[in-house]
Write a protein that binds this ligand. Structure first.
Ligand code: LMR
Length: 308
């Protein structure tokens, strides 16, 4: 399994690190436009290999896409992160051009690859990659929901004072401060609904904290987060590499599912060797249906800013 990660900034390097540490890929190529930067990060990471017991080879490249040739999975983290006070949607002007160019270059060298999109605004960038590459919908995956769900579980565990391994929960909808739809109704602690442990009021707080998870970290760090995004990507790549058939909420191109079409937005999918092997349609409550429809409206509005 060969994986390419484009963008050797904090998120890209964190993706490469987690993928390598899990030891399921033979090679990770880290590519960046900044001269020597990806090579430096790759060398630094390779010098952790004997300490962290992995055999994955990490190779750095300054914008030489020939080195990415034959990748099975490619991850796009390129573009700029938001600063405190910004929304992800405000990044569209700069990131759209970058993501378009990167996705074309990647597919030229790895025509069979599955693409995972991380750059923001993530749902719109996933849509842009569809329009740019024309690949089948199973091969383009937006990462946001996997990350948002990890943050949801963190907040639930905190509220329930429970171990995270006891918690299950999922966030669907757009990867934006207002568009996320944490499915509190379905969240459980070891199969018991979380409402058995905390009040509706506390659960509403968990929901709100989850939705602004990225913004909260951006305010604390002065730039956007990288550990959880990197870990979320590595979980998706592993599900594909190891044909795990795991369910993750990911941004997928919808063709009628959830009553939506020609939009990429977070929904539960089964991830395996072919990428998105199935979009799982769950029965939503009226309130959840309304929330996903509002979320889709927001994503469509941002998609409308693309020049396709
Ligand atoms: C995240 O959620 O951490 C990323 O989408 C980055 C951001 O801008 O919040």
């Amino acid at each position: 399994m060969k994986v390419t990660v484009v963008g050797a900034g904090a998120v890209g390097a964190s993706c490469a690190e987690y993928i390598a540490i899990k030891n399921f890929a033979s090679e990770v190529v880290l590519l960046d436009i900044k001269e020597g930067y990806a090579e430096g990060k790759a060398m630094d990471l390779m010098q952790t290999a004997s300490l962290n017991s992995f055999d994955t080879k990490i190779v750095g490249s300054t914008n030489d896409y020939a080195k990415t040739a034959g990748s099975d999975v490619v991850v796009i983290t390129s573009g700029i992160p938001r600063k405190p006070g910004m929304t992800r949607e405000e990044l569209i002007g700069i990131n759209a051009g970058i993501v378009k160019e990167v996705s074309s270059n990647l597919i030229e060298h790895s025509p069979e690859a599955i693409i995972i999109v991380v750059s923001n605004p993530m749902d719109t960038m996933t849509y842009l990659v569809h329009k740019t590459t024309g690949l089948p919908k199973n091969r383009i995956i937006g990462m946001g929901g996997a990350l948002d769900s990890a943050r949801f579980k963190y907040r639930l565990a905190e509220a329930l004072e429970a171990p995270i391994s006891d918690i299950d929960g999922m966030v669907i909808g757009g990867h934006s401060d207002t568009g996320m739809v944490p499915l509190t109704r379905l969240a459980t602690r070891n199969s018991v609904p979380v409402t058995e442990f905390i009040s509706e009021e506390r659960l509403d707080q968990v929901k709100e904290d989850t939705k602004v998870g990225g913004a909260t970290l951006t305010k604390l760090l002065g730039t956007s987060a990288w550990y959880a995004p990197g870990a979320a990507v590595s979980a998706l790549v592993q599900a594909i590499a190891c044909d795990q058939k795991k369910v993750f909420p990911c941004s997928a191109m919808l063709e009628g599912e959830y009553g939506l079409s020609d939009i990429c937005i977070g929904v539960p999918v089964v991830l395996g060797a072919s990428g998105i092997e199935k979009i799982v349609e769950i029965e939503l409550s009226d309130a959840e249906k309304e929330a996903i429809s509002n979320s889709a409206e927001g994503v469509s509005k941002t998609n409308g800013l693309l020049s396709l």
